[in-house]
Design a protein around this ligand. Structure first.
Ligand SMILES: Cc1cc2nc3c(=O)[nH]c(=O)nc-3n(C[C@H](O)[C@H](O)[C@H](O)COP(=O)(O)OP(=O)(O)OC[C@H]3O[C@@H](n4cnc5c(N)ncnc54)[C@H](O)[C@@H]3O)c2cc1C
Length: 558
């Protein structure tokens, strides 16, 4: 029997930071479907934002983030992020983070899109790698119990309170209850709902689906970030740090086309603006083989190898381009989910006992568009806050749930898994998953319209009906990754439905949600969050006001 005071699902930066924040007299468990250092945070490249320079300020960070969010971010949550970020960077440094240095030996900072100050701290272009390994060391020091390669299939809810999870041990096939007084979901993003994405195969929106099925609303799911620079045909991210270090974008005519779209900020406008510009250039025939070009040659070999070593390698290996000698072919691609499990500023969800942090959550820092470098900072600030608050809640509770409730939950999940493993005939899971990815890309992409989205919703409903009829070829119980694919597909089809319904309903263009039939922002009707609830008959939508404390809505220009 597994019992903890606090259980954290997810061992990326948000989950590990949450675990480290739980005081040592409490028992903490951390559960991850992959080894912690393989969590997707390890792929983060360009850096993490904090106003650590004395000539910068948290107020300026706040302003940039609110403007970047197209005024949909909640300003109380953003203020906490910006005020607490410098202290968290110092805490990471004290733990041993080897941030790149400036000429004076201080923490170096680079430009990132939408920032009014070079505010992004970094470890070359491998920031996530450095921080994940750092926090894994802290997790070991904290002596947390790590359930590595365990897949969470459901939350345990006892009398309206979350009291643990049911999880499948991939190695042994065991299905067990892991009981806890408080649970933190830190399960990362959903990029794989789309056919091509910068995200790894593990980013399937599981935590969002777990919460959604337990009645917790998903907030602002229509806001999917398309990153301006992903490597031709692969979806591999080319960090914004490349433009932050001085890289240019140009089209087939050799024009720095950002001049037309964002004459002041140019390549360092916010991501939604640069992505739409690149997309428009390609669509209007000024692309080069379906791409535009990113040029960093003028930075010179030494700087490229010092500041952007990973970009150098990725370009050479995956596009056959040496960026010291030639421009890199890039195209906009799916990258990040601004939306997620709705939480308050302590990471608490509407389900007592359940918290969420990191990319799976929506405390609403990013609103309609995230600024690069703010996601990593969110994992640290809000991971810490969610871990602390979950610990406080756990301290006030005498016992975790009864064994009987846990046993019932395990029996339900065992029946679900047995159904998947039972012999039957039908189509393979991958067929439905690929079709879903294509529908999302074609109907809920960079530019959207009511007609295309309504058609997309119809196609998704048809796909949803096919999911239970799909079959596994591997019926074994040990390390059955096809079974995990099936469970992930169930998560993704739920999440895709929430994205589709939320996007179709929002009849305006704001941040990353750009509609050809409603091309302008409509504050009178849409300065509000979308909340999506799962019901037996489909998605139910409602709204929630945006928290505006300091910066009234204004037109966004770069
Ligand atoms: C290529 C790339 C580069 C990026 N670069 C930057 C950057 O430079 N700066 C920046 O600010 N942002 C960046 N981002 C975004 C940022 O990296 C992510 O938003 C952030 O790292 C997410 O961290 P997380 O802890 O929320 O989730 P993750 O790191 O994705 O961790 C999720 C965890 O949940 C676990 N999990 C998921 N489902 C289950 C389940 N069912 N059962 C058990 N465990 C589960 C996983 O095993 C994993 O441990 C980048 C994103 C990508 C894709």
């Amino acid at each position: 029997m597994f019992v903890h005071d606090v259980l954290i699902v997810g061992a990326g930066l948000a989950g590990m930071r949450a675990a480290v924040a739980v005081p040592s007299h409490l028992s903490v468990g951390v559960l991850s479907k992959v080894h912690p250092v393989r969590s997707h945070s390890v792929a983060a490249e360009g850096g993490i934002n904090a106003a650590v320079d004395p000539s910068d300020s948290w107020e300026s960070h706040l302003y940039d983030t609110v403007k970047g969010s197209d005024w949909l971010g909640d300003q109380d949550a953003i203020e906490i992020l910006c005020r607490e970020a410098p202290g968290d960077i110092m805490a990471l440094e004290r733990m041993g983070a080897l941030f790149s240095r400036n000429a004076e030996g201080g923490i170096a900072q680079r430009n990132f899109g939408g920032l009014g100050f070079p505010r992004t701290c970094f470890v070359a272009d491998r920031t996530g790698h450095a921080l994940v390994h750092l926090l894994y060391e802290q997790l070991l020091k904290r002596a947390a119990q790590v359930y590595e390669e365990w897949y969470t299939t459901a939350l345990i809810v006892d009398a309206g309170v979350c009291r643990g999870v049911v999880a499948l041990n991939l190695l042994t096939g065991e299905i067990a209850a892991i009981r806890a007084k408080a649970v933190v979901l830190a399960t990362g993003g959903l990029g794989r709902v789309y056919s091509v994405s910068t995200n790894g195969l593990i980013n399937t929106g599981d935590g969002m689906a777990l919460a959604y099925r337990a009645g917790v609303p998903l907030q602002d799911m229509e806001f999917i970030q398309f990153h301006p620079t992903t490597l031709k045909e692969t979806g591999i991210l080319i960090t914004e740090g490349a433009r932050g270090e001085g890289g240019f974008l140009f089209n087939a005519r050799g024009e720095r086309f950002m001049q037309r779209y964002a004459p002041k900020a140019m390549e360092l406008a916010s991501r939604d603006v640069v992505s739409r510009a690149a997309y428009q250039e390609i669509m209007e025939g000024r692309g080069v083989d379906g791409c535009v070009m990113l040029d960093i040659r003028h930075l010179g070999r030494a700087k490229i190898l010092e500041r952007l070593p990973q970009i150098y390698e990725l370009s050479k290996i995956y596009a056959g381009v040496d960026p010291v000698e030639a421009p890199i072919p890039i195209t906009p691609g799916v990258h990040y989910s601004m939306g997620g499990i709705a939480t308050d500023i302590h990471g608490a969800t509407s389900l007592p006992g359940l918290f969420a942090a990191g990319e799976c959550a929506c405390v609403s820092i990013h609103g309609a568009n995230r600024l690069g470098g703010n996601a990593l900072m969110e994992t640290i600030v809000y991971g810490r806050r969610a871990g602390s608050r979950a610990a406080e809640v756990a301290e006030g509770i005498e016992t975790s749930t009864s064994a009987a409730v846990a046993d019932e939950a395990v029996a339900r999940e065992r029946a679900r898994i047995d159904r998947w493993l039972a012999p039957r005939t039908g189509e393979r899971i991958g067929v439905v998953r690929e079709e879903m990815g294509r529908v999302m890309a074609e109907h809920f992409g960079i530019l959207r319209s009511g007609e295309r989205m309504t058609e997309g919703e119809r196609k998704l409903s048809a796909l949803r009906a096919r999911v239970p009829e799909t079959v596994l070829q591997d019926r074994g119980r040990l390390f059955n990754m096809e079974l995990i694919d099936a469970l992930q597909l169930e998560s993704m089809i739920d999440i895709a439905g929430a994205i589709a319904a939320s996007a179709t309903a929002r009849t305006e263009s704001r941040g990353a949600h750009a509609r050809t039939d409603y091309p302008t922002r409509d504050d009178a009707n849409w300065l509000k969050h979308t909340l999506a609830f799962r019901t037996d008959t489909g998605v139910r939508l409602s709204g929630r006001p945006v928290t505006i404390t300091r910066i009234p809505p204004a037109e966004r220009r770069y």
